[in-house]
Design a protein around this ligand. Structure first.
Ligand code: LMR
Length: 340
């Protein structure tokens, strides 16, 4: 962590020596850093936002997108945003715990979202707004929520029964809920930056991981994972966030234009997320390096039984009210579906 912190500090220092980081010539520069490949839902939406923002501001704003952890890795990128070395990020919702906002780990609870409709209502409704409010004292503004769909488990051993996880070293993001989830399955969770996962899998530092297929495929993890279980046991989404001082310091008209561009990029992101993941699954099957396994109903029920107690365990940390509110949204969605 010390090394990461000093890297950020060095970047900032260079920024001070060579001029302010957020402006180049006349244009206001937004550095948008992320950790995934350009051909993922997040990567494509970041590029689309750049296009809309630059067109609609007629060049007054320039958006520089840095994919694949080119600029910063997971933990450092949030620190870099707070320090103003970058202006925009879209970290996964599982990465806000280390910042001290554990409530975001609501999204990590296993099986919390029975469908996408529930998820969108949680993100776009009161719960999502409440979570964004928690970021403001940290110097961060949340703009929108992006989607990358449900996660699946992969390893070099078949993962069919809960017992198959016993003793496996599983890479996780920096979330206490994910840690508890892997422990509940009998695995050994290891927090690791996204950019390090491929080589850790390749070298056997960890045995497996969890991901939406778009991430698995675009990082070539399928080449080093022999087994993939389509478990849909959890969810991965993003919060598009900006440095608060930077954002509030923008001229009003520009900020409004950018907010609208971000809303349009969000609509686009959510439209493509499912297809990107479906295409990635087809590509994994085609590559033939990974056996894809569908959990039969009885096994799914066993996973549920083992993983649902994680909700209770985290009532204090996440907030019982918040968890109950998410359940209510799920119940509303189900009732409305039945009423139709
Ligand atoms: C991960 O670290 O597995 C993901 O959060 C990466 C991402 O941003 O999708």
């Amino acid at each position: 962590m010390k090394v990461q912190a000093s890297l950020v500090a060095l970047t900032l220092m260079l920024g001070t020596v060579f001029g302010p980081p957020a402006r180049a010539a006349d244009a206001i520069v937004i550095k948008f850093s992320h950790v995934v490949a350009p051909n993922t839902p997040k990567g494509k939406a970041a590029d689309y936002f750049k296009k809309l923002a630059e067109e609609r501001t007629k060049g007054r704003v320039k958006v520089e997108v840095y994919p694949n952890s080119q600029l910063y890795k997971d933990r450092e990128e949030i620190e870099a945003l707070q320090l103003g070395a970058v202006q925009m990020l879209a970290p996964s919702l599982s990465k806000f715990g280390p910042l001290g906002v554990r409530a975001f780990e609501l999204f990590d609870l296993p099986y919390i979202f029975p469908n996408k409709e529930t998820l969108y209502r949680v993100m776009d409704g009161e719960i999502g707004k409440k979570l964004f409010k928690l970021l403001e004292p940290k110097g961060i503004i949340g703009l929108e929520y992006w989607d990358n769909g449900f996660k699946h488990m992969s390893a070099n051993r078949p993962l069919r029964k809960v017992e198959d996880f016993k003793g496996l070293k599983m890479r996780i993001q920096s979330s206490k809920v994910l840690e508890a989830q892997m422990k509940a399955l009998g695995a050994n969770p290891q927090v690791m930056a996204f950019s390090e996962v491929y080589s850790a899998l390749q070298q056997g530092v960890v045995d497996g991981t969890e991901n939406p297929i778009s991430n698995l495929y675009t990082q070539k993890m399928h080449e080093v994972q022999k087994h993939l279980t389509l478990s849909q046991h959890g969810y991965l989404g993003y919060a598009v966030i900006v440095n608060k001082n930077f954002w509030n310091g923008l001229p009003d008209d520009l900020r409004k234009t950018l907010e609208k561009a971000m809303q349009d990029a969000t609509r686009y992101e959510r439209e493509i997320a499912q297809k990107e993941n479906d295409d990635a699954l087809a590509a994994v099957r085609k590559a033939g390096t990974t056996e894809v396994y569908l959990l039969p109903l009885q096994e799914r029920l066993n996973w549920w039984k083992v993983l649902l107690p994680v909700h209770r365990e985290f009532e204090d940390k996440i907030g019982r009210d918040l968890i109950q509110a998410a359940y209510r949204v799920a119940a509303d969605v189900e009732r409305e579906g039945k009423d139709k």
